[in-house]
Structure formats: C-alpha cells, structure tokens
Design a protein around this ligand. Structure first.
Ligand code: FAD
Length: 317
C-alpha cells in the first residue's frame, strides 16, 4: 500500500503545488504507515523525476511519452487510471490547480473514487483520510471523510507547507500505454512575463477604488515584492484588468503568504477567493469597509497616497 502523489510539471519543471502535494503526501503516508509514490507525467521528464525524492517519495513512477508533452485531460486520465489500478494506492493526492481540478474530477469519475477538492488540510483519523475544505464561498470549513478506495484529495495551491527530506527515491518506468484519446493538442498561446496568480507568494490587488485602468502603482509594488497583481470583479468588469487577474468566487482562489487589497470593499464573493491568505493587508479610505474585518493589518486612507508611500518603504528593505 502507498499514498500516490500525482505531480504537475510544465516545460520540464515541477510546479510549486507539486512540492506541496509531495510534502503533504509524505505526512499522510507516515500517518497511515505506508510508503509514498510519486508519478511524473510528460515527455522527456526523466531528468526531473529524482527531485520528487527530495520531498519524501520512496518510489517515482515516470510516464514518459510524446503524447504527454502537452497536457490533455484524456491522455493523462488514461495513463493515471492504469497506474492507479496497478498500484492500488490507499490515497491519491494532487494539486487543485486549474489543470489538477480538471484531472482530479475526470479521474474520480473514471475510477469511481471519492474526491475532496480544494483541500486546505489533510489528516488521518483511525486509518481514514479526513480533508478540510472551504465551502459556501469560504464562509464555512467542512471536514469530509472519503469512503471506499481509492480516495482522491486535491489540495489548494499555497495552502500546505513544503518539507524537504534527505532521502532519494527509486525511479521506475511506468509501463502503461496512453491508449485511445479524443482530444488532440493543436496550439498553445502563453501569456509571458506574468506571474501565475495561484502560485504567487505575494499578491497586490486593486478594486473599483483604483478608479481606472492605471494599475502601475500596484504593479510597481508587486514587482518589488516579487509578486503578482490581482483584481476584484468590479475592476475586471470595468475592463481595467483581464479576467485572468480576477480573485474571488468567479475568479481565482488564491492563498499567498501576503495579500494586499487596495480599494477593495471586501464583498463576500471577493473574500471567497483570498480569505485563506496567510497575512491580509487592506488599504481603503472607508474605515467601515468589510475588508477590514478580514484583514490582519488595515490602513485607512487614500490608496493613491498610501500605495506609493508603502512602496517607498518596501524599496528601503
Ligand atoms: P466596491 O465594492 O465598489 O469597493 C470599492 C472600494 O474602494 C470601497 O470600499 C471604497 O471605500 C474604496 N475606495 C474608493 N476610492 C478609494 C481610494 N482612493 N483609496 C482607498 N480606497 C478607496 N467580486 C470579486 O471581487 N470576485 C469575484 O469572483 C466575484 N464573483 C461574484 C459572483 C457573483 C455571483 C456576484 C453576484 C458577485 C461577484 N463579485 C465578485 C462581485 C462582488 O459582489 C463585489 O461587487 C465586488 O467584489 C466589489 O468590487 P470592489 O471591492 O472592487 O468594489
């Protein structure tokens, strides 16, 4: 028996959520008293496989095939379902990234498995895997237990601690065929130069209070903090920012170490996307804005004065 972690890589490098899934997988495997197996999918990914061992994987299964060069849900599902049927893991842990959410749902349907999506905590109780996941737009934290086997838990990016180990895993080839697929990859267009919001450690977001499409003050601050710029839906609806930047119920769910909300009132739909951030800072001219109830630090005042002043302080660090 093992805990199986499905890693995610892009262009031959693991995505951050893979390290989080491996570290959490190791903790769950230890609690269950079983070993940890990692799966690495792609084309020419053997070189990165050993890295999974540094996060606790005793066995690393590599599925390397030209058909897996670009992610398609049906090719990955075919390969992973075959691996899971062979390995018979006690639990499967993966990232609830955009790709991971699609894949987890497809795998659960294919394997008739229980699935807990967007988990922010996992624990083992009497041999059962218990997952904590936000529901009702983050207003309530639900603890759910999965029955039957296999059980799949998809973890929210940035929510779990990464722990390195001194161990090295054994790399094996996963001898499974991609099989018949109904999706053909044609082309991808990459928005270069922008940090991925769901993986960013720092997010500086702007709302309607920005008053227009000039987000340069936020971009400057985010640049200094090595972070990304996000937005409320109002800012997106106004056409000031692309939808890809939207944080919230109908945008991205983010859990950075630091979330700075500028000119955002703190509507429940926005909070649904960022309330699990480790530290929340709010800048708003209205002292009664609901965002202050969620914020760890609040600054009441005009963002057009405060943001450049904070940026200046950050520059001194
Ligand atoms: P407002 O609520 O208008 O707040 C602007 C804030 O800026 C105010 O608090 C004001 O005091 C402050 N301000 C103004 N000028 C300044 C200044 N110069 N300096 C400092 N502060 C200033 N919203 C999301 O964000 N994400 C979602 O995913 C989302 N999904 C939704 C889904 C549904 C089904 C629905 C119904 C709504 C959804 N919304 C979402 C919209 C949400 O309800 C709010 O309307 C929206 O979040 C408000 O955005 P805002 O805070 O930028 O604007």
């Amino acid at each position: 028996m093992s805990v199986l972690v499905i890693t995610e890589q892009r262009d031959g490098a693991f995505r951050k959520v893979s390290y989080e899934a491996l570290s959490e997988g190791k903790r769950v495997a230890d609690a269950l008293g079983v070993s940890l197996t990692a799966v690495v999918l792609g084309d020419g990914v053997e070189g990165i496989a050993a890295e999974a061992g540094k996060y606790g994987a005793e066995k690393i299964l590599v599925a390397d095939a030209p058909e897996l060069r670009e992610y398609t849900v049906d090719a990955c599902t075919n390969v992973l379902a075959a691996i899971i049927e062979k390995e018979g893991p006690a639990a499967i842990i993966m990232g609830a990234s955009v790709q991971g959410k699609e894949l987890a749902a497809r795998l659960a349907a294919r394997l008739n498995a229980g699935l807990a999506m967007d988990c922010i905590d996992l624990r083992v109780d009497g041999g059962d895997l218990i997952a904590t996941r936000p529901i009702y737009g983050g207003k309530v934290l639900a603890e759910v237990a999965l029955s039957g086997a296999p059980q799949i838990a998809a973890i929210r990016p940035n929510a779990m601690t990464v722990t390195e180990t001194a161990a090295a895993g054994v790399i094996e080839t996963a001898d499974v065929a991609v099989g018949e697929t109904r999706i053909r990859f044609i082309e991808k267009t990459v928005d270069t130069g922008k940090a991925d919001l769901t993986e960013a450690d720092v997010i500086v977001s702007g709302g309607r209070g920005m008053g227009g499409e000039d987000f340069s003050a936020l971009e400057e601050m985010a640049g200094l903090l090595d972070g990304a710029v996000g937005a409320s839906r109002s800012a997106v609806d106004e056409g000031w920012r692309p939808h890809a930047d939207q944080v919230g119920q109908t945008g991205k769910v983010v859990s950075p170490s630091l979330y700075i909300a500028c000119g955002i009132s703190g509507a429940i739909q926005h909070l649904a996307g960022m309330s699990s951030s480790r530290v929340i800072v709010a800048v708003n001219k209205d002292a009664d804005a609901p965002i202050f109830a969620k914020a760890d630090y609040g600054v009441v005042g005009d963002l057009f004065e405060l943001v450049p002043a904070i940026t200046e302080e950050v520059r001194k660090i």
